[in-house]
Write a protein of this length. Structure first.
Ligand SMILES: [Zn+2]
Length: 117
């Protein structure tokens, strides 16, 4: 029996922490609800072209980080939805019960070890 409550709690905590990290460099997307997009830090007000370039670098870096955090945020959210739906802990490919240690390593896991890509 999968300890859904334990993994649910871990997922909630991870979601909270992802949200905190994302909220410093991203904002919730208006186009795709539930996702995040990187925010651009004030390039318009910067007179010095070097400073402008720095901001652009920072933005590119932020975008790369936001991509990673956002992808994880989607996985965690989907896992929480599976808990709600009662399908959590079941392999999405073969329908097997996902191994406990696999969920320990990644509570958002969608597949059992056999169907791990
Ligand atoms: Zn499987």
């Amino acid at each position: 029996m999968t300890d859904t409550q334990k993994f649910g709690q871990a997922l909630e905590e991870e979601k909270k922490s992802l949200k905190e990290q994302l909220s410093t460099i991203a904002k919730p997307s208006e186009e795709v609800p539930g996702t995040w997009e990187a925010i651009q830090v004030g390039t318009e007000n910067e007179a010095d072209p070097n400073d402008q370039a720095d901001h652009l670098d920072e933005y590119q870096e932020n975008r790369a980080i936001v991509d990673v955090l956002n992808a994880r945020y989607q996985e965690v959210t989907a896992a929480l939805e599976r808990i709600e739906a009662g399908s959590y802990g079941t392999c999405e490919v073969g329908g097997e019960i996902i191994e406990e240690d696999r969920l320990e390593a990644d509570p958002a896991a969608k597949t059992c070890k056999t169907h791990l890509q």
